[in-house]
Every structure is written in C-alpha cells, then in structure tokens.
Ligand binder design. Sequence first.
Ligand SMILES: Cc1ncc(COP(=O)(O)O)c(C=O)c1O
Length: 390
Amino acid sequence: MYNFDDLIDRRNTNCMKWDRLEELFGGTGLLPLWVADMDFSAPPAVLKAIKERTNHPIFGYNYSSDEYYQAVISWMKRRHNWKIDREWILFTPGVVPALSYSVKAYTEPDDNIIIQSPVYRPFYTTIENNGRNIITNPLIYRDGRYFMDYEDLEAKIDSKTKLLILCSPHNPVGRVWTKEELTKLGEICLKNDIIIISDEIHFDIVYKGYDHTVLANVSPEIRERCIICTAPSKTFNIAGLQISNIIIPNNELRKKYSLELEKDHIIRPNVFGEEALVAAYNESEDWLDSLLEYLEKNRDFFISFVDKNIPQLKVVKPEGTYLLWVDFSDLGMNSEELRDFLVNKCKLAVNPGEMFGKESGLFQRFNIGCPRSILEEALIRIEKAVNGRN
Ligand SMILES: Cc1ncc(COP(=O)(O)O)c(C=O)c1O
C-alpha cells in the first residue's frame, strides 16, 4: 500500500544527508548512507495534518494540546505496553538536547558519566561540553553480537559516578536489549545510586523476533531512577520537525529536569511538530508496520548480498534500528585507508566507526533507510571496488 521504492530527490532542500556530502566527505558523486534519517516520505496522514494547519494563516505562540498528550500516552500503551501519566511527559525539541539537560540536571561539573561504547557520538560530546567526565564501559563483541560488560561496569563505578546514558535499542550495534539485560544493568545502577538516562529514540524500529522493553517497565524501583527519551522523529522520518517526548515518572527527577528547561525557556513545541506527532501516533501505525517490513527486507538483502559477493565484510545483524554496523577489518586496511577507499573508490558516504568509539576504526555504519535500489547500488560499488583490488 505504501511505496518505499520511490526515489525522492532530496537535493537542494538543505538536506544534511544529500546536500552536504562534498563538503563533509570530500569526494564527488557519492551515494549517501550516513546520517540517521530515511529517504522515505513521511506518512500521508502527517503530510495532510501539516498542510491543513497551513490553512490557518497565523503561527503565533501555542501550547501543547490535550490531543498531543493523549496521542503520546496512547502510543506508549499500544506499542510499548507502557502506562504513563500525562504529567510525566515533558516536551523537548530533540533527544540530544534532552541528554544535555539531563547531564545538567543530575550531575555537577567533574562528575563521572558512563556510556557503553561504541555509541552514538553526541553521547560523548554532551558529556564533554558540559565539563563532566566520560567513563566508557565498552560493549563486548562476541560471535558477531554485542553484549554489556557488567563486571567492567561495576569496576568503573566510583563515588563520582552519577549517571549512565543508555542507548536502547543501541546505535550503532543494533542490539535490542532484553528485559534480563536491562534488569541486570538497572540493578547495578540502583545499588550505586546512579540515574539512568535511557535514549529510546529508535524504540519503534524493532525487527521480528525481538521485543523492546522500555527501561521504566523493568521494575518499579528502576522506574523511579530513570529518564526515558522518546520521539516520533526516527520512526516517522520527521527529525526536522524537532519534537521529542521525555518521560520522567519520578517527581523529584522531573522537577530537576523541568528547571533546566525553564532556564532556557523551552516551553513550547513547534506548531507543525505537534500536528505531525498527533497524526503520526494516531493515524500512521499501518505505515509504520509497512516500513518495518520494508526495512527488514533491506536488512536481509544487505546481509545476503555481502555473504554472497563480499565475504570479506562482516555485518552485525541488527535486531532494531535502520543502522547496520559492518566490520571491514578483513580488508587489511587501517582506518584512514578504509575511509579513503570508501569515499574515493566506492564513492560512498557512510559513518566511520571511530565516530562511535576509538576501538571501532575498522567498522562503518550504514543507514539502510532508503529505497532498495540505492542499497543495491551501494553494495555493487563496494563489490566492484573490493574485487578491483585483487
Ligand atoms: C541514539 C540517538 N539519539 C538521539 C538521536 C538524535 O536525536 P534528536 O535529533 O532528537 O536530537 C539519534 C539520531 O541519530 C540517535 O541515534
């Protein structure tokens, strides 16, 4: 019913992914499979809601509507089996800003904050830019899959450790953490009085056979010690509308976070962002289900193409997210040679592994949120360049 094969030309729309390629990657004629948005149209109901809003010609100061709160509450219940109260929901223009507000709300300069590398780059920068210390608790890579290292985590906790920022599902390694894994993590944090900021922005993009567990649903104790960062932006491809929902069940934690928002006068959602959220959550569930089927086929297409034609590459099969983490180490290049190879020989823009952690220089992150023909073209380019070397 929805056509995800359509090639929509995004050039000349101030689009990060397509319009800043040459400036950022330095090559020409590159195919972009980097920044995490998709090359698909937003759902029809979202487009309609935004158009309808423009029928009224005034875009003055607004406030969040009942419909908005109800849409968020109902989405969490329907899709995530999570019952939330209206007052727990705090609008913030993005999840990355929410990470920064959380760092300010719950820690002091020079406190320690734990992240699980390799992980989304802004986890590092938000800690550094706020003058706190990054403590990495690297994930363990075993048999093509990543796991949390609880022993290392416990060893790294000290009296300065106040916060852990969790990526769930995990960007870039694609894990959808199980309830057991989250319970173990949560219990260690509870024991050491560490608050968990759970970035669940990818929580709707989960493949068959896996279930996302909202961290706050793990136990009543953990619920009181976590901040859940959610948004419709990845799910419905509306990142440019800048709307995210930060959900904080605990009163005291919520008050501290709200104060940070108030300091910067972050009190009003963008008029279009709110219209889009309501249409997405209330009317676009079938679109999401079709998207998930398409993405899963993209994932499987990528993996089987690589297995068959470029066996030197190892793909970490994602359980969620439209991001694929690929190990290039068997090509025998160092990370600089690999980058040069991808840009200048393969003509591809993908995210280099060291963005996510210094240990990951020979990995690359691919974004498969695009028509399959783009994915196929990218893979053919790699296959030709790899075979051309032999
Ligand atoms: C884990 C994670 N958090 C946050 C973001 C971005 O959030 P926002 O655009 O709402 O600031 C991304 C985007 O790629 C992401 O992967």
